[in-house]
Design a protein around this ligand. Structure first.
Ligand code: ATP
Ligand code: MG
Length: 413
């Protein structure tokens, strides 16, 4: 894409009212726009990143048999009334007209909706198991919406629901499929997420598991083993800093962390509420056993920015970067040839052909944080280009063909 056609521009200064680093960098670089506290729009660069993160999630959910759906975002109050969740604090309620009592709520999670849908298709053990997922906007009236994409009042979530004939089958899917798939998702996004044992809560049959990324700005505290990565949320843990890990004898450390995902063995609470049952092999009626699996899709983007940045801006991992290469044409140099060459080679490239100073172009490129920066200028010999990785100091002048190869065959995140 030609940068002169991109409708957003980078800004020199951070927005005054943003306190969180991810929001400051993402707004300055033109990835997101803040509509109100905890409510953001994704702009072209930001949406490209969002789509890459979503593609990773879709691939991994599809790989474990997840079937993608898109459920309604406007929910009749009968759903939450059925499970006693209508009066949960964070639920945004909607009235059908002025002066009327709220009779709907905006989607905040979908256990009820999905359970009811399943009643139409599940009647026998032969209809089980299956899992359905979606990537959709969720609305929660969060009291502390000051951390940019980390805690939105509107945010994108991937939520999956699985349906099983037995608790045993649920736990097989939960530990055997969902946990490994989640680890892959976060790993591919450049994040190390600890599988953390967490509290069960009202609607689960056992402990739940959170996926926690260590970070000083995290709202959670976890105890994590430096050797095997075993982790427990402080809320339920009896472990202490410096103690021996119960799993491997390594040393336990206390860390602040951000929850990027959460999985729940739900049991039959929701199937009971919606009479979601099936006939087992002996013809006996049983309630379906459910699991639910969330990933904070937009929060992930915020966490990546919190982890991958330096004094000059964002340093995107290659797997989620908005473009692979950023080509800057300085001081009237012509970059058309290399722009076309990169495009022909299938490299996603942002081509800065705007008329402006080299200093401004460099500052913008640092801020946006695309993994490979290519520079053509009158000072560099013809058919050569200066190539540099974002986050590294060294640059090299190489042939155009060599630069294309370096970009195409780098598999680093
Ligand atoms: P938290 O404890 O952070 O409020 P939660 O337990 O309410 O999270 P879930 O309902 O399990 O979260 O939602 C699944 C995932 O969605 C979470 O693991 C988190 O990554 C993400 N998430 C939850 N609330 C928000 C929010 N307000 N903004 C952005 N992402 C969120
Ligand atoms: Mg919450």
């Amino acid at each position: 894409m030609r940068q002169s056609e991109l409708f957003t521009k980078t800004e020199r200064n951070a927005p005054k009212e943003e306190v969180s680093l991810n929001a400051q960098l993402l707004e300055r670089a033109g990835f997101i726009y803040k509509n109100s506290a905890g409510v953001y729009s994704f702009l072209p660069l930001g949406w490209r990143v969002m789509r890459k993160i979503q593609a990773i999630i879709r691939e991994e959910m599809d790989a474990i048999g997840g079937q993608e759906v898109l459920m309604a975002a406007l929910h009749d109050k009968k759903y939450l009334k059925a499970t006693g969740r209508w009066d949960v604090d964070v639920v945004f309620k909607v009235a059908e007209g002025a002066g009327k009592e709220p009779s709907f709520n905006l989607s905040w999670t979908h256990e009820e909706i999905m359970a009811e849908i399943a009643t139409k298709y599940v009647s026998s053990y032969k209809d089980l198991p299956f899992a359905a997922y979606q990537i959709q906007a969720k609305f929660r009236n969060e009291p502390r919406a000051k951390s940019g994409l980390l805690r939105g009042r509107e945010f994108l979530m991937k939520d999956m629901y699985s349906f099983h004939a037995s608790e045993e089958d649920l736990m097989k899917f939960y530990h055997g499929m969902a946990v490994p798939a989640y680890k892959k998702v976060f790993g591919r996004c450049g994040l190390q997420a600890f599988v953390t044992v967490a509290a069960g809560g009202d609607f689960t049959i056992s402990n739940t598991h959170e996926f926690q990324v260590a970070s000083d700005i995290g709202e959670d505290t976890i105890y994590v083993c430096g050797q095997c990565g075993y982790a427990e949320n402080k809320e339920i843990s009896k472990l202490k800093d410096g103690e021996k890990c119960p799993q491997c004898g390594g040393i336990i450390k206390e860390e602040k962390a951000i929850e990027v995902g959460n999985i729940f063995p739900l049991g039959t609470k929701y199937s009971e509420a919606f009479n979601l049952s099936f006939d087992d092999e002996k013809g006996e009626k049983k309630y379906v056993v459910m699991g639910s699996y969330g990933i904070g899709v937009s929060r992930l983007m915020g966490v990546i920015v919190e982890k991958y940045n330096d004094a000059n801006g964002i340093v995107w991992p290659e797997s989620v970067a908005p473009f692979r290469a950023h080509l800057l044409a300085l001081n009237g140099a012509d970059g058309e040839y290399i722009y076309k060459t990169l495009q022909t080679a299938g490299v996603e490239v942002l081509y800065d052909e705007r008329v402006m100073t080299a200093g401004e172009k460099f500052a913008g490129a640092y801020l946006i944080g695309i993994p490979w920066r290519l520079v053509v200028s009158p000072k560099i010999a013809e058919n050569k280009v200066e190539i540099k990785r974002r986050g590294e100091k060294e640059s090299k002048v190489v042939d155009v063909g060599e630069a294309v190869k370096m970009i195409m065959f780098s598999a680093r995140t």
